[in-house]
Design a binder for this molecule. Structure first.
Ligand SMILES: *Cc1c(COP(=O)(O)O)cnc(C)c1O
Length: 369
């Protein structure tokens, strides 16, 4: 048994645990739904694979079910997909490191960028390897992550788009809901669209508008998205059926796409408040305890190396995650009305951050169901 787990493992009730159960049918269904929604408004769907560590089977499922492109924030993930024969085109989501530009030009079809010098270097490399690469120039409309500040965007982009000879500025894009938690709105979308109009006039060709991520789906659903956005980059919605920034389960998507399972290694009955003087926990946090008397608890064999405890949602009603250290996850099962034994398995849904960690942990086996 390999600790890595592999894409070819089949499900068995004997583990290995902890594990992720990946339902490819649900991935297919979610991709189809999101693709239909996007395509009905003439929007290209870039399905984002980064939360899955670019799992080739998941990516292929997305590509076969309506995703027009695959996007990932890490070049290494795009290389993984390519070496597994997953068809592109591929978009690099994270503005690239200077040290990787040569590989970006060789392997990526479309790249998000936000610095003139990076675009110019991509351009000269593109000339050298005779490979065209499309650049989406990022504009910050208020979330304060990447992109040229919107008030300076027109001047900066016109200048650089006129200079490139081999690469091409094919569009502009924006990102919300990531640092500032800013929600997409008609106002911030219109800000982007008005920059696009001025750029198209100045440059004399049409530009794509890469308008957002999972959180923007809401605007497609309620019809409030202004006309003119041509591309969405969606990860969380497809993989988890949720929208963390919008704080909702997306009603027409499945949430059973990826589940986490861990095995019980201790069943106990203990007080809810520790005995002895309390300092900080293993991660420098000062734990807080509410006295709820003696509680039935289980310890599961998983921890901070595998999951984010506050991002785990037990499927079993009444179960409550209390805490995790590196390798021990403590769950209060008093309210479940169930008797537990060592060897039992608990199943959880996950937040985006928790799923990211589980996919990234080499200790969590990945099994397709
Ligand atoms: C991760 C990422 C996305 C996808 O975001 P989701 O919330 O997972 O849909 C889109 N664009 C960029 C630039 C990203 O880094």
């Amino acid at each position: 048994m390999s600790i890595e787990g592999s894409a070819t493992e089949t499900r068995s009730d004997k583990g290995p645990f902890p594990r992720l159960l990946i339902n490819l049918e649900a991935v297919a269904s979610n991709t189809k739904k999101v693709a239909e929604l996007c395509h009905s408004r003439g929007i290209e769907l870039v399905a984002v694979t980064k939360v899955t560590l670019a799992d080739p089977e998941i990516a292929l499922t997305m590509r076969r079910n309506g995703a027009d492109k695959l996007g990932d924030s890490r070049l290494m993930n795009i290389l993984r997909l390519k070496s597994n024969g997953v068809p592109g085109p591929f978009q690099l989501l994270r503005i690239p490191m200077r040290s990787e530009l040569e590989y970006v030009v060789k392997h990526v079809d479309e790249v998000l960028a936000s610095m003139p010098e990076v675009v110019l270097e991509l351009d000269s490399l593109a000339g050298r390897v005779h490979r065209n690469i499309g650049i989406i120039y990022m504009i910050d409309v208020g979330d304060l992550r990447e992109g040229v500040w919107y008030e300076r965007a027109f001047e900066e982009i016109v200048e650089v788009a006129r200079k490139v000879r081999h690469a091409r500025v094919v569009g502009i894009g924006t990102n919300v809901g990531c640092y500032g938690g800013v929600l997409p709105s008609v106002e911030n979308t219109n800000a982007l669209l008005s920059i696009r109009r001025r750029l198209e006039e100045a440059l004399g060709y049409q530009l794509k508008v890469s308008g957002g991520s999972t959180v923007n789906l809401k605007m497609l659903e309620d019809g409030s998205l202004p006309d003119g956005v041509t591309q969405f980059r969606v990860g969380e919605g497809i993989i988890l059926g949720t929208d963390a920034t919008g704080d909702r389960d997306i009603p027409y998507l499945r949430q059973d796409t990826v589940l986490f399972e861990a095995e019980v290694v201790e069943v106990d009955y203990k007080p809810s408040v520790p005995v002895g003087e309390v300092g900080k926990d293993a991660f420098g946090r000062r734990p807080h305890f509410e006295d709820r008397g003696w509680r039935r608890r289980v310890i599961l064999a998983a921890g901070e190396q595998d999951i984010k405890p506050d991002g785990l949602k037990p499927l079993l009603e009444g179960a409550k995650v209390l805490h995790a250290s590196s390798d021990h996850l403590i769950v209060d099962v008093t309210e479940t009305g169930k008797e537990f034994s060592v060897g039992d398995v608990l199943t959880f849904r996950m937040s985006y951050g928790c799923a990211l960690r589980a996919f990234t942990s080499p200790y969590v086996s990945k099994q397709k169901v």
